[in-house]
Design a protein around this ligand. Sequence first.
Ligand code: AFP
Length: 309
Amino acid sequence: MNLREFLKNQKYDKGLCDIIIDIQMGAIEIFSKLNEEYYDYKGSAGEKNIQNEEVQKLDIIANNIFIEKFKKNIFVEKLLSEENKEPIKLNMGGKYIVAMDPLDGSSNIDVNIPVGSIFSVLKKNPNDFLQKGDLQKLACYVIYGTNTVFVIAIDKQVHSFSLNSLKKEFYLTQKKIQTPVNGNIFSINEGNYKSFSPEILKYLEFCKSLDLKNKRTHTGRFIGSLVADFHRNLIKGGIFIYPKTNDRPSGQLRLIYECNPIAYIAKHAGGLSTNLRHDILKITPTKNHERVAFVVGSKNMVQKLLSFR
Ligand code: AFP
């Protein structure tokens, strides 16, 4: 069943369905660009974004692709993008506002590592984008990996769809995804070791312990592309940890358009997320591009980490 047929069979709000279709169309365009032989699309754009990070040519291309899609969507009133300092006003009277990271992990493009697009959809509200993640109406990401996969959390369920690139359609591959309650993968950039707080150090020690047969109990995997690290852990069971660091004292990842949608997907797949003090989805953001410490993954693994506090 393709995505359009799937949506027709559900009783989702029309506005949310139209947003999903726009994301599907944008993702197919990005998939094509990523797979073009022309190297013109790859590499740095030679500028920095408002977060002082180097912008890749494809960051700009992906941003423009989704802006153009949402411009024509009467349900989308405003769009907040990682690539733009201020939210972009789109359609007055639209019932939803969308926050996105149009191409996450883009510094990995040139080395052929999966990247993703992440979206959070909220109802229009006087607080604008400064709403708790729990209030999201739709959260989703597309991972451009060995296969291009669209994971959608809507109506408290998580479903995944795979791209058939010949037919240019996504097809339902997994309904009502549940992440394993336990896992053995820990994903953390250990280059930040000197910044880690005692509970993280203790948890890493625990992950590195051996079993009675002297074999490792856990395995470490860190791609450096949030969507790819999260997606693997969602399917196999694992924990992703990006804490505050000396050079990023608030954390590396952005609350509204990276952590919230991923945390929402994790929650409705049976997982947990935290900033080590609060559930991510219960935090009220104070600014649009706010960063947070982020831990997300299999319930028992996140709880084990929290037990070392
Ligand atoms: P880029 O989009 O600049 O590649 O950043 C990716 C990212 O925001 C997230 O996807 C990764 O988990 C995280 O940064 C990795 O950052 P470090 O490589 O600095 O640990």
